[in-house]
Ligand binder design. Structure first.
Ligand code: XMP
Length: 517
C-alpha cells in the first residue's frame, strides 16, 4: 500500500529539505518536486497536501519562479512558506511590496483571527523571519491570522479554499511552534492519517524487495558507512543469503574498523560477506605520491578496479544494490539570484562508483532511495545494526589517505590509527561525543624535536581535528575542554610510538576545510 503523499514544491529556498524532513517527522510521507512540475503530473501523484517553499527571488523579478493559477483550483490544501507565501498572494491577485525594513531573525508575531494553523499556539510566539518583500494586500477571500510589528500579514488563510500562508519559516527550529504549524496543516487541514512510520517502511520494503528479487541474487558494495550498512541489513532481512556484500578494505580505515564491519555483518546478518584485503596493492600504487588530488584519484581508481573485478568474479546475473538515499537524488537549488547554480569543486570526492560498461545486471535496487539520513538511522536501529555503526560519523571515501599529508606509508597509517583510536576512546569516555559532528586525528608528516627521559627525540606530530556543524558546508572548530585535550595529548605521546607532539586545529571552515587534504 502506497503512503499518503504530501508534496513540497521547491522554489529554490535553502531550507527545502528541512521542510520535507519536518513533514516526515510528523508521520507524513513527503517528496520534493520542482515548482515547474506540470499540473497534470501533480494530479497524477494525487497528494493530500502541497507546500510551497521559500526562495531567494522577488515575485516581480523577470525570471522569478511562478506557478499556474489552476493549482489553487485543485481542491488540494496548500501551505505557502516565505517566498511561497508571496506566490500565493501574488498569483491570486494580492500585492507584494518591498519592506521598508527587512525582517531577519527571531521576530515576535501576534495571532489575530484564531487561524487554523495556530489552534494550539499561544497568542504571541517567536518565529524565524528572513525576507525583504512582504504581502501588502491580501487576495480576495483571505484574512490575516498573524502579524509582526513590521509585517502586517505574517500569516493569512482562506479556509474555504484550504489555502494557507506564512511569511516566516516554521521549518527552522528558531520558530518556537513550527512543528505545531506543520502538524496543524497536515492533520487538521489536509486530514493525513500519519501512516509514515519506520516499522511500516521496513515491512513494506521487505515485501517489495522479495517480490522484485524473487530467487535471483543481489550484490551490494558495503563500505561500512551508515547507508550501505542499513541497505545491507534490509536486503538481508528480505532475501537472506541470496545477498552478497562486497567489502573492499584498502587498509585506510580506522583501527580495527575492517574487522568490526566483518564481524557485525557475518555474525548478525544472514548473507555472503566477501572481504577484499588489498592494503599492499593500494600502498604500491601510492608509493612516492604526495600531491592530494593525485592521491585521491589513485585511491578512487584503485577502488574502482578492485571492486568491479570482485563483482565480475561473484557473477552479475542478479541485481546490483546501492545505499543511495533521498538527499543524493534531489535535484536541489534552482540557481540563485545571479543564476549560478554550481559552486567550485573544492575537492574531488570519489564515493559514487560508476558501473563499467561491460557489467550488466538484471537491474539496480536502491531500497533507501526515499529516506533522509535520520530515517535511515532509525531503520538501521530497528534492524539491529550496532549503535556504533548507525551513528558513525562521516568518513571520507579515501579514508585515512586524506588524513596523512604527503606520501602514505604503512608506518604512518599505523601511527595515525593508534593516535586516532586514543582520541576516540577519550572522547567516548568524556561524554561530549554527541556535541561533536566529526573528530579525528591527522598526521601532517611533520617531525619535531622532543625529549624523552634523557634522550632527544625527533618524531611525528599528530594534529587533532574536531568540528561542530549543521551541514558540513561551514563548520566551527569545537571548543573541547582543555582537560580532555590534555588527556588525549598525554595518552597519545605516551602510548603511540613515534609521536612526540600533539596540536589542536583551531581553524573553522571556511577558510579551512574539515579534512586536511
Ligand atoms: P571538507 O574537507 O570538504 O569535508 O570540508 C566536508 C565533509 O566531507 C567529508 N569528506 C569526504 N567524504 N569522500 C567522502 O565521502 C571524500 O573524498 C571526502 N572528503 C571530505 C569530510 O569528512 C567532512 O565530513
Amino acid at each position: 500500500m502506497a503512503n499518503q503523499l504530501c508534496i513540497v514544491l521547491d522554489f529554490g529556498g535553502q531550507y527545502n529539505q528541512l521542510i520535507a524532513r519536518r513533514v516526515r517527522d510528523c508521520g507524513v510521507y513527503c517528496e520534493i518536486r520542482s515548482y515547474t512540475t506540470p499540473l497534470e503530473e501533480i494530479k497524477t501523484l494525487n497528494p493530500m497536501g502541497i507546500i510551497f517553499t521559500g526562495g531567494p527571488n522577488s515575485v516581480y523579478e523577470e525570471n522569478s519562479p511562478h506557478i499556474a493559477k489552476e493549482i489553487f483550483d485543485l481542491g488540494i490544501p496548500i501551505l505557502g512558506i516565505c517566498y511561497g507565501c508571496q506566490v500565493v498572494a501574488y498569483t491570486l491577485g494580492g500585492e507584494v511590496s518591498s519592506c521598508t525594513k527587512s525582517e531577519y531573525g527571531k521576530i515576535e508575531i501576534t495571532q489575530s483571527e484564531g487561524g487554523l494553523l495556530f489552534g494550539d499556539i499561544p497568542e504571541k510566539s517567536v518565529v524565524w523571519m528572513s525576507h525583504t518583500d512582504y504581502v501588502s494586500k491580501l487576495p480576495e477571500g483571505f484574512r490575516v491570522t498573524a502579524a509582526s510589528s513590521d509585517c502586517p500579514a505574517a500569516a493569512f488563510e482562506n479556509p474555504q479554499k484550504k489555502l494557507y500562508a506564512v511569511q516566516f519559516h516554521p521549518e527552522v527550529t528558531h520558530s518556537e511552534y513550527g512543528k505545531n504549524i506543520f502538524r496543524n496543516f497536515l492533520y487538521n487541514v489536509c486530514s493525513f492519517s500519519g501512516d509514515w512510520k519506520m516499522d511500516n517502511f521496513i515491512d513494506t520494503t521487505v515485501a517489495q524487495l522479495r517480490d522484485q528479487i524473487g530467487d535471483k541474487n543481489v550484490i551490494l558494495g558495503l563500505s561500512g558507512g551508515v547507508d550501505s550498512s542499513v541497505a545491507a541489513a534490509l536486503l538481508s532481512r528480505a532475501v537472506g543469503n541470496q545477498l552478497t556484500c562486497v567489502f573492499v578494505d584498502q587498509g585506510l580505515m580506522r583501527k580495527d574498523e575492517g574487522d568490526f564491519v566483518e564481524e557485525t555483518f557475518t555474525k548478525l546478518f544472514d548473507m555472503n560477506f566477501v572481504r577484499v584485503n588489498c592494503q599492499d596493492q593500494f600502498l604500491e600504487k601510492l608509493k612516492g605520491v604526495s600531491e592530494p588530488e593525485s592521491k585521491r584519484k589513485i585511491i578512487g581508481t584503485e577502488f574502482y578496479n578492485v571492486f568491479w573485478n570482485k563483482i565480475r568474479e561473484c557473477g552479475t546475473d542478479g541485481y546490483f544494490a546501492q545505499g543511495t538515499i533521498y538527499p543524493d537524488r534531489i535535484e536541489s537549488g534552482k540557481g540563485n539570484k545571479s543564476g549560478k547554480g554550481k559552486t567550485d569543486v573544492i575537492k574531488t570526492h570519489h564515493n559514487m562508483v560508476e558501473m563499467p560498461i561491460d557489467i550488466q545486471f538484471a537491474g539496480t535496487i536502491e531500497p533507501l532511495k526515499d529516506l533522509f539520513k535520520d530515517e535511515v538511522r532509525a531503520v538501521g536501529e530497528k534492524l539491529g545494526i550496532p549503535h556504533e555503526l548507525v551513528w558513525r560519523q562521516p568518513f571520507p571515501g579515501p579514508g585515512l589517505g586524506v588524513r596523512i599529508i604527503g606520501e602514505i606509508t604503512k608506518e604512518k597509517i599505523s601511527v595515525l590509527q593508534e593516535a586516532d583510536a586514543v582520541l576516540r576512546d577519550e572522547i567516548a569516555k568524556s561524554g561530549i561525543e554527541d556535541t561533536l559532528k566529526q573528530f579525528f586525528a591527522v598526521l601532517p608528516d611533520v617531525k619535531t624535536v622532543g625529549v624523552m627521559g634523557d634522550h632527544r627525540t625527533y618524531d611525528h606530530l599528530i594534529a587533532i581535528r574536531a568540528v561542530t556543524t549543521d551541514d558540513f558546508m561551514t563548520a566551527d572548530w569545537a571548543r573541547i575542554p582543555y582537560d580532555i585535550l590534555a588527556r588525549v595529548s598525554n595518552r597519545i605521546t605516551n602510548e603511540v610510538e613515534h609521536v612526540n607532539r600533539v596540536v589542536y586545529d583551531i581553524t573553522s571552515k571556511p577558510p579551512g576545510t574539515v579534512e586536511w587534504e
